[in-house]
Design a protein around this ligand. Structure first.
Ligand code: NAD
Length: 711
């Protein structure tokens, strides 16, 4: 999604300048050109709005018959300057600029290259016409930041392309490529070659044509059947459970065909105001900025440079190795999987091929692109010979320290000097793995999440001796293969798994004290999680947790009783639930019986547990462990933790992550609740962490801590 790749300029980073520096004005005969110049993405900050206003006035005074608006640099415009939100608004507003465009005695043409997003597209929609470069895209991603387009987008777009098509774009927030935008009627012409020259020529050729402004068009919305519209919306909203902004977008677009233009604008404004000041939008913007922040690693020297990677070698072609290799091939990187036998290799490669073929069959991948990816992915059983050609190695063999050390000792001998060696371990110490080599400074953790070709999160683990060049390589390579790398420290479970691990004992206790699996999953899914913890356990396999408990000598009476019945989860058709052939999750009365039996044997008096208590007992242990992780410096900032949960653990972005949640209820309340549940459930893990005690006493917050770490 485009909104995720756009960077945002922060107030204060750019030196104070005159609006003339932000909008360059050039006369080309009877056509004048206004160039937006607010790098990197031309957000519509105050100086840009003022510059547009002045430019239009000057063009008018000079008698220009047409004005072309164009972006300089990477794109037309990524939209509003979000850092100006919540501050006193400086004139002119976007609406005032649009009024000036619509009132211009001649034509104003937007020339779009790169992207026109949010306010950037709204600016273009207010123009008399729009032309675009072939690779351009347009979109209204506001919904993804938790609000609705606030400068007429929800009223002008439906008048141009119809309410149903407009709703698809506005409710999803997904960008539309120029060619499709032209078919829909958003773009008047796609121009090859130099866009500015082409746009000026196009404007000259169309000077005598009459253009009807979007606000005055009625043909596409006349006779819109409200029931048909509602049916389209119902389909769109199914995918955004629990989120408010998609509903707001649908309501705003509805106003376009049920109200006159000005009333629709007022409706849009009202929805914008109420959503933008709400908790969900705050959470979504927290994550939007956070995903940029995590890439700025505190203490990383400015000259830390990534090592060049042309060929990746992945050791192990199992579940994870295959997914990692696919991510590389999907992004144009040649990759070779090394396996122990021809048979294992064949199986591993076949799984990757089958996965791509499924994508081809759904039409989301072309046959040509599939062939390209297939050619980039090779396999070998010649460990030494293959590793010798690697620029980077990622190991994904069995999770066993002896095996890993043996593999790393061999890698160290086979890889060229200076080549970094990464491990995908989910629990083992990177330092101990590195100790098996003569190059510990080149060893790093690259912890992918399953399915590795899909999940965006990459927890890069910094060993005690990892060099900055090694870390920079893990970061840059991760980005190159489509991941969001977050650097964390070395500890058991790193950040994500270590935190969720602290939730598990409370799940067990809740089941014992009065809940059934569906009660717990219902609360977590109601909160917005992709899947509740018990359904997730069934998917991953309950035997894995049982094996870990056995190895660690711990017990979980309820979970152990479930596993003892051969209920390993989806793979055996039964776990915390039972599953039919279509893998539909069904409540199994047998499970209730097992749970009640265990509770009776342990003489636990079961009680009705409120949804609020369930939620708190599952989230608070994670927050507490997150605080310990911060105390230890395993995560740099609270925002790193939130970004990890949103991108790797199915946590809904509109909730902002566990640390954001803690801030939203206040750390004093968090401390008191932790102390309460520590006593109630006799769980020492819930004793408030020192950091929470400290912040609660100071009236501080996790957000304040992130800000300080970045200062
Ligand atoms: P897996 O059992 O599916 O795959 C491991 C593969 O490694 C097997 O195909 C095996 O033949 C191969 N292998 C073993 N020794 C080898 C050697 N010396 N040389 C080459 N190949 C060798 O396991 P997996 O689920 O892919 O896990 C791999 C690693 O990824 C583990 O460290 C695991 O903890 C980690 N991890 C797993 C997940 C997950 O959800 N499965 C998530 C994150 C990280």
């Amino acid at each position: 999604p485009i909104g995720r790749t756009a960077t945002i300029s922060f107030e204060g980073e750019t030196p104070v300048a005159q609006d003339a520096d932000f909008v360059q004005h050039e006369a080309k005969g009877e056509v004048h050109v206004l160039r937006l110049a607010n790098p990197p993405v031309n957000t519509l900050r105050t100086e840009i709005r003022a510059g547009l206003m002045n430019g239009l006035n000057k063009a008018k005074a000079a008698g220009a018959k047409a004005v072309v608006l164009i972006g300089s640099g990477r794109m037309f415009s990524a939209g509003a300057e979000m850092t100006e939100f919540g501050k006193p608004r400086q004139p002119p507003s976007l609406t005032e600029v649009f009024d000036a465009i619509e009132g211009y005695p001649g034509i104003v043409v937007a020339a779009i290259h790169g992207s026109a997003l949010g306010g950037g597209l709204e600016l273009a929609l207010a123009c008399h016409a729009r032309v675009a470069g072939a690779g351009a895209q347009v979109g209204l991603p506001e919904v993804k930041r938790g609000f609705v387009p606030g400068a007429g987008g929800t009223q002008r777009l439906p008048r141009m392309i119809g309410a149903e098509e407009a709703a698809k774009i506005i409710v999803s927030g997904d960008p539309v490529p120029a060619v499709k935008a032209q078919k829909l009627g958003i773009i008047d012409a796609v121009i090859d070659g130099d866009l500015e020259e082409g746009a000026v020529a196009w404007a000259k050729a169309n000077l005598s044509k009459t253009f009807t402004l979007a606000r005055n068009r009625t043909d596409k919305i006349e006779g819109q059947d409200p029931a048909a519209y509602d049916a389209v919306i119902a389909g769109l909203l199914r995918r955004t459970r629990g989120q408010e902004s998609p509903k707001g977008c649908a309501e705003a677009v509805r106003a376009a065909f049920t109200m006159p233009f000005e009333e629709g604008l007022a409706k849009e404004r009202e929805l914008f105001q109420s959503l933008v000041s709400g908790e969900q939008s705050k959470a979504l913007r927290h994550i939007f900025f956070g995903e940029r922040e995590v890439l700025r690693i505190p203490g990383q020297p400015a000259d830390a440079k990534s090592l060049p990677v042309e060929r990746l070698v992945v050791i192990g072609g199992g579940t994870m190795g295959g997914g990692i290799a696919m991510s590389a091939a999907n992004n144009g990187v040649p990759v070779t999987i090394v396996e122990t036998s021809e048979e294992a290799l064949k199986k591993g490669l076949a799984r990757c091929h089958a996965n791509w073929e499924r994508t081809v069959s759904t039409g989301r991948l072309s046959q040509e692109e599939y062939e390209k990816r297939k050619a980039l992915l090779t396999g070998s059983t010649d460990f030494e010979g293959t590793v010798a050609k690697a620029d980077l190695v990622i190991e994904a063999v069995f999770e066993n320290m002896d095996v890993k050390k043996e593999v790393f000792a061999r890698l160290d001998k086979a890889a060229r000097p200076g080549v970094p060696l990464a491990s995908n371990t989910s629990t083992l110490s990177i330092d101990e793995i590195a100790s098996a080599t003569q190059r510990p400074e080149l060893v790093v953790g690259m912890h992918f999440f399953s399915p590795a070709n899909v999940m965006r999160l990459l927890e890069n683990v910094r060993g005690a001796k990892s060099s900055w060049a090694t870390i920079a390589t893990a970061t840059e390579f991760g980005k190159r293969i489509g991941k969001l790398p977050v650097l964390v420290g070395n500890c058991d479970g790193f950040v994500g798994n270590r935190m969720t691990g602290k939730r598990t004992p409370q799940v067990e206790k809740l089941l014992l004290e009065g809940c059934l699996p569906q009660d717990i999953d219902k609360v977590m899914e109601g909160y917005g999680m992709a899947m509740g913890p018990l359904a997730t356990g069934d998917l991953a396999g309950l035997d894995i947790g049982a094996a870990v408990r056995k190895a660690r000598g711990t017990v979980a009476p309820v979970a152990d009783a479930i596993v003892a019945q051969g209920r390993f989860g989806q793979k055996t058709g039964k776990g915390w639930y039972m599953y039919d052939e279509k893998r539909t999750r069904l409540v199994d009365p047998e499970v209730e019986k097992i749970i009640l039996d265990v509770a009776e044997k342990m003489q636990v008096r079961r009680r009705k547990i409120s949804d609020e208590e369930i939620l708190e007992r599952l989230l608070l242990p994670m927050v507490n462990e997150g605080a310990r992780i911060l105390e230890e410096g395993v995560a740099y900032r609270p925002i790193d933790i939130d970004v990890i949960f949103i991108n790797g653990f199915g946590w809904p972005a509109f909730r902002g992550g566990p640390m954001f949640w803690a801030d939203s209820i206040g750390l004093k309340a968090v401390r008191d609740k932790l102390a309460h549940y520590a006593e109630l459930t006799n769980d020492a893990n819930l004793k408030p962490a020192a950091l929470i005690e400290k912040l609660a006493a100071e009236g501080g917050s996790f957000a304040g801590m992130s800000a300080k770490a970045n200062a």
